[in-house]
Design a protein around this ligand. Structure first.
Ligand code: PA5
Length: 462
């Protein structure tokens, strides 16, 4: 079981046209990384995600809730948004069979379906509620703050639907809150109504919380091996003990993206797994990287790379054209998988047709792997920065390791960029304007600022 990171194609020796990170840039980056590593280590007590892989108490309380629910429900409905939803979605897609929710109970080994409402689009909510039998459904309400507008709106709607479907005592038993131990509206309701509640430790923010009950509870409920997930993450955390770029994959990922951005103007950074189960992992990474690093520095300057998700081989017929010939402003990090399940040979039919004959006897996994290597080589041949994370298999251990790699890399990158990776002040203004328009108490200042904004100008509307 390994996660290896090959960054040859980020370096000057491998890239055409004089592109690439030079050896002196790389050795200077080692000094910067030592400082970033020390900064992260010095904040260890306030960075709860670092100890999640070995937090036995949190795991035990999560498994107790999951065990208690075993066999009682056909469906789990998770309400949440942002970091409270993307991790559970990524885990389901990566670690459960394709189209999990479409399988029947025996194909799901008796585990429930998992639906994640990560938005407040009435069409989606109405569709899900019309299809679910709430008497067979466990509702997880996941919100660190316990008051996020979208999640609260989802909760109010689903809570009402539960009240219509069953008596009050049972309705309360069909809900689990995952939230801050002390603050927020959910915590208040939990106290008042005796709702089962799991804690998100106060020192863990949404996008760093996938290995807390936020991700572990839904994962355990649908039969994912959460101990293996944590073991993979623990292994990556162990590898990150070192401040040597030679042995710390999270460090090297952060440093290379930072050098590529700040010294080579490669500010657009794609994550491109060559595996359908990792499609949503790329979306989870995008939120982690974007919301953590897109910030104003203390000196007023702006920082932050722009992450984008991609999928191989699908995006070879889409974004790869841009990656190959568009502006020299991107990096691409591939995820390659060596051991694939259900990887049988492509039939040798039509062996008289040259356009098909060469495929016969190869496997689809081989085709994907060759296409990934070919794309990496083609990008390098055009001076395009790229690197490859190699994993042996798509299983809980490797996915846990990858997620912890990206979380650690984000923490290091925050320090390298000189920003606080753990807050999100940029989303506050829009949120406050929305609160003002919705009439939430305490929004007077936002209302005044909103009212002072220029109004839509009819000249600029068609
Ligand atoms: O990463 C983050 O902190 C955010 O994306 C949050 O997860 C998101 O805003 C939801 O917040 P909460 O979990 O408090 O409802």
């Amino acid at each position: 079981m390994t996660i290896a990171f090959d960054f040859t194609n980020m370096m000057a020796g491998a890239l055409a046209s004089g592109q690439g990170i030079t050896e002196s840039q790389f050795s200077n980056a080692q000094k910067a990384f030592s400082a970033a590593h020390a900064a992260v280590e010095s904040q260890r007590a306030s960075l709860g995600f670092l100890s999640l892989p070995t937090n036995e108490a949190l795991l035990a309380s999560t498994l107790a809730v999951a065990d208690n629910a075993r066999g009682k429900y056909t469906d789990v409905l998770l309400l949440g948004i942002g970091g409270s939803a993307l991790g559970p979605i990524a885990l389901r897609t990566a670690l459960r069979p394709y189209a999990w929710n479409a399988l029947d109970l025996s194909a799901r080994d008796g585990f429930p379906r998992l639906h994640v409402l990560d938005n407040v689009d009435p069409l989606t909510i109405a569709a899900i509620l019309s299809r679910l039998d709430l008497t067979q459904t466990l509702v997880l309400v996941v919100s660190k703050s316990g008051g996020t507008v979208e999640t609260m709106a989802q909760y109010l709607i689903v809570r009402d639907a539960l009240a219509r479907a069953m008596d009050e005592t049972r309705a309360r038993q069909h809900i689990v809150f995952v939230t801050d131990p002390t603050v927020g509206a959910l915590r208040r309701i939990a106290r008042a109504e005796g709702v089962t509640t799991l804690d998100i430790p106060p020192n863990i923010g949404g996008r760093f919380s996938v290995l807390s009950p936020v991700g572990l509870l839904p994962a355990a409920l649908i039969g994912i091996d959460v101990r293996a997930l944590l073991a993979g993450a623990a292994d990556m955390t162990q590898r990150a003990q070192s401040d040597s770029l030679a042995t710390n994959p999270a460090g090297i990922f952060a440093v290379l993206q930072w050098v590529a951005d700040t010294q080579h103007r490669r500010a657009i950074q794609a994550l491109m797994p060559y595996a359908d189960p990792l499609r949503d992992l790329a979306l989870w990474f995008v939120q982690l990287w974007a919301e953590s690093l897109g910030k104003i520095r203390p000196d007023g300057t702006h920082a932050g790379p722009t992450p984008i998700p991609a999928l191989g081989a699908t995006d070879q017929h889409s974004q790869v054209q841009l990656f190959m010939e568009g502006p020299l402003d991107k990096t691409v990090t591939f995820v390659a998988v060596s051991g694939r399940q259900n990887d049988g040979p492509i039939p040798s039919r039509h062996s008289d047709i040259p356009e098909l004959a060469y495929l016969g006897g190869r496997t689809l996994g081989t085709l994907l792997d060759i296409e990934q290597r070919a794309t990496a080589g083609a990008l390098a041949a055009r001076g395009r920065f790229n690197a490859t994370l190699h994993i042996d298999a798509i299983d809980a251990w490797h996915v846990g390791g990858l997620m912890q790699l990206f979380a650690l890399a984000t923490a290091y990158a925050g320090s390298l960029y000189g920003v606080n990776a753990f807050n999100q002040p940029g989303v506050e203004l829009g949120k406050n304007f929305a609160y003002a328009m919705l009439g939430r108490p305490g929004s007077d200042a936002a209302r005044a600022e909103w009212d002072a904004l220029p109004k839509p100008d009819p000249r600029w509307r068609v």
